[in-house]
Design a protein around this ligand. Structure first.
Ligand SMILES: C=C(O[C@H]1C=CC=C(C(=O)O)[C@@H]1O)C(=O)O
Length: 476
């Protein structure tokens, strides 16, 4: 990726932009290959989620990512280039795709903030080979056509397009200017979020929620037998809940609810332009990478939140001192540390602490490591996924048992979703606390870690607590 130093507002100076595009086109002609130009410009303050809701159609690929803790959000739509990987060797193929295109991106504008500028956006299925019936690619990776980024109080528009030796530069300039104007007109006219209120799902959702009890408890009991027979020490079993509504679900409405209700979570949406919209609010960061510093979260071991501060503190203390919860948690932190060491890194772990979300609290360890530039972020994804927060120990046996005991395909549930750029920045989260929406149907997912001493009824209560959160979001 090469960055051309330029005015922070390349579009403000028509000649500047023209010169940049012309230089890029000359490079295309000289090398006789297509290049990707990426133009970024600071814009008025906008809400990226509202822009996504207003500016996309059902037929377009969409991506939304929000790190609320860091006050940054990316919304992206359309596709400049994309690849869907269905065969084995998905991580290698993803790296090859990135390597093929990374050096053909010519960037201009202010891209000094890590979330701003050209990005590869990607999401995976949990298993390398998703079930045939799901027809989902095991990796989808793309550079969007349009991207809005909010980083703290600043907002940016990025346009990415292919430039061939013969493409009309004037048309490119016009396309960007028109979109800028549309966004600015819209941002001035809508100061606050506007989302329609829909309320007619309640009864159907609740009825569906009651039906799906026993398969999960049964699976937990079988897993506990495996643990007793020392086939494995931990397994994360999940459950799905299918709901049907009388009207199509609105993923944007649900996301808006989730972002308000779960300020400590990542908020995400991946839409494939064919009616599949995967949404969620996850507390779990697989890793972030900035200026060669990697941060990963080990998050496992859970308790409900109390109805008042005294009850909450009691639950927190029980969670912190429980030997069983600690085992469940340590399986994750030890695994992350071991996998990072295998990459030649020297990880350091924080003290075990609590992460308190609105509906649940977790044991939490933050793991940090310095990463040399030669390591591609996709190598780190391949090394870490799936952690024992979503699979188990040992990983391969846990995955085998998950396939045996779970009666549905995990699809995107508990799989990595994130972005990376050509400058060494990346951020991946784990797609738990999520739902796949297809028009008026939704499949909700939640899982819980099982170790020796787990109680099937309590584990069922935990996943119901998690499912409730998503049910409420769909109903919002
Ligand atoms: C697999 C899920 O949660 C994981 C993350 C945090 C705590 C967990 C637990 O305590 O069981 C799970 O390992 C899920 O919510 O679907």
């Amino acid at each position: 990726m090469s960055v051309t130093p330029c005015d922070a507002r390349p579009l403000a100076d028509d000649q500047n932009l023209h010169d940049f595009l012309q230089t890029c086109q000359e490079k295309c002609q000289a090398s006789n290959q297509r290049l990707i130009v990426s133009i970024t410009q600071a814009i008025f303050a906008v809400e990226p989620l509202t822009i996504l809701q207003q500016f996309t159609t059902d037929q377009e690929r969409v991506f939304y990512w929000e790190n609320q803790q860091q006050n940054s959000a990316i919304s992206a739509w359309g596709s400049c280039i994309e690849k869907k990987i269905i065969s084995a060797d998905r991580f290698q193929q993803t790296e090859d795709f990135i390597n093929e295109y990374r050096d053909s991106i010519l960037e201009t504008g202010d891209t000094s903030l890590p979330e701003v500028g050209a990005k590869f956006l990607t999401n995976l299925t949990f298993f390398e080979a998703a079930s045939l019936s799901s027809l989902l690619p095991s990796v989808t990776i793309f550079i969007p056509k349009w991207q809005i980024t909010r980083s703290h109080q600043s907002c940016f528009l990025t346009y990415n397009c292919f430039l061939s030796p013969t493409v009309n530069i004037i048309e490119i300039k016009e396309t960007i200017k028109k979109q800028m104007q549309k966004i600015e007109t819209f941002s001035q006219s809508s100061i606050r979020f506007y989302f329609p209120q829909i309320s007619s799902f309640t009864n159907q959702l609740e009825k569906a929620a009651l039906n799906k009890r026993h398969p999960f408890e049964k699976a937990v009991k079988l897993a506990l037998e495996d643990i007793q027979q020392q086939k494995l020490t931990k397994i994360v079993l999940s459950h799905h809940l299918d709901v049907v509504a009388s009207l199509p679900f609105d993923p944007f409405l649900s996301l808006n609810y989730l972002r308000q209700k779960y300020p400590d979570c990542y908020i995400f949406l991946v839409g494939d332009g064919q009616g599949n919209n995967f949404i969620g609010a996850t507390p779990e960061r697989l890793f972030s990478l900035r200026k060669q510093t990697l941060i990963s979260d080990a998050l496992a071991g859970s308790a409900a939140r109390g109805k008042n501060s005294i009850e909450d503190e009691k639950l927190a203390q029980t969670l912190l001192s429980s030997e069983k919860e600690r085992r469940e948690h340590n399986a994750v932190s030890s695994y992350i540390i071991q996998q990072l060491k295998q990459l030649g890194l020297t990880p350091e772990a924080s003290r075990r602490q609590l992460l308190k979300l609105n509906n649940i609290q977790h044991l939490w360890t933050v793991i940090k490591a310095e990463v040399p530039t030669e390591i591609n972020p996709i190598e780190i994804v391949a090394k870490l996924h799936p952690t024992p927060a979503v699979a188990g120990v040992p990983t391969a046996i846990a995955c085998e048992k998950i396939r045996e005991y779970e009666t549905f395909d995990r699809a995107f549930y508990a799989a990595p979703i994130g972005w990376l750029d050509g400058k060494g920045n990346a951020e991946f989260m784990v797609g738990i606390r999520s739902a796949m929406i297809q028009k008026n149907q939704a499949r909700l997912y939640a899982g819980a870690g099982i170790v020796a001493g787990s109680n099937p009824k309590k584990e069922l209560a935990e996943i119901q607590l998690k499912l409730q959160a998503m049910l409420k979001a769909l109903r919002s």
